[in-house]
Ligand binder design. Sequence first.
Ligand code: NAD
Length: 269
Amino acid sequence: MGHGIAQVCAMAGYSVVLTDADPEALQRAMEHVQANLDKGVDRGKVEPTVRDLALSNLSTGDLAAAAKDADCVIEAVPERLELKRQLFGQVATLAPEGCILATNTSSLSIDAIADGLAAPDRVVGTHFFNPVHIMPLLEVVQGEATRTDVIDTIRALGDRIGKEVIVVKDRPGFATSRLGVCLGMEAIRMVEEGVASPEDIDKAMVLGYRHPVGPLRLTDLVGLDVRMHIGTYLARELGNRAFEPPELMRTMVAEGRLGKKTGGGFYDW
Ligand SMILES: NC(=O)c1ccc[n+]([C@@H]2O[C@H](COP(=O)([O-])OP(=O)(O)OC[C@H]3O[C@@H](n4cnc5c(N)ncnc54)[C@H](O)[C@@H]3O)[C@@H](O)[C@H]2O)c1
């Protein structure tokens, strides 16, 4: 996610310093960006001048170099609360006082990430979607302490990088995961009950509701294990059984039928 976010920001003219704890990952990230931009130019989707601009705006460095003089730091380290808190603690000592601390968390509480920082009012959620250069949505998450001017600045950033911005409160699952996972779990319960085949349940949503992809195919793409984890978390946090992973899902996960990544889930891949 990090390299995708860096790419769209650099393409929009922002000066971006990309960093990673793992030098090889950093190297790979730059190669991905280069390859992605080249592919965009080959397909006529990216102007050669925009590719050149993006590459000239993008550099790499260590965390101190990335944070120094930054107006905004967007973190995309793995989804672990302690790791994100620790990272923002470090960034807070390295970045200018006014620097916005944005997190690409897809499920963690913004308030929990900001907790303990001297200035939690500059922490905000910037939830991007994969692949970042294609998916049009930016889900901005406003924590209890997040200042309104921070939201305004992130809105402007979203506009400039060509994303549609929505702003949601810091509640479990935000807007996207809460609705998406709820639909996915219900679709699995319908397969369990024999209401219809996975193909027909997906067609119901694709053709009847104009969803680009059906809830079962999407579950296969995301990974049944990943979705089961989120469902369990949302069921607990929201106290709502609708998010509880159905028995069929638990069985499929136990059998290693995790979706696309294992070659099979609700579909054969
Ligand atoms: N993959 C998705 O589709 C997706 C979508 C939306 C949001 N997210 C969120 O984005 C974040 C990253 O997800 P990902 O799939 O890109 O993960 P990833 O594991 O592919 O990448 C994480 C990177 O962080 C680096 N890293 C680890 N610790 C670090 C540290 N202390 N300092 C600097 N770099 C460090 C790792 O070396 C790795 O390159 C997570 O919070 C995830 O929930 C992911």
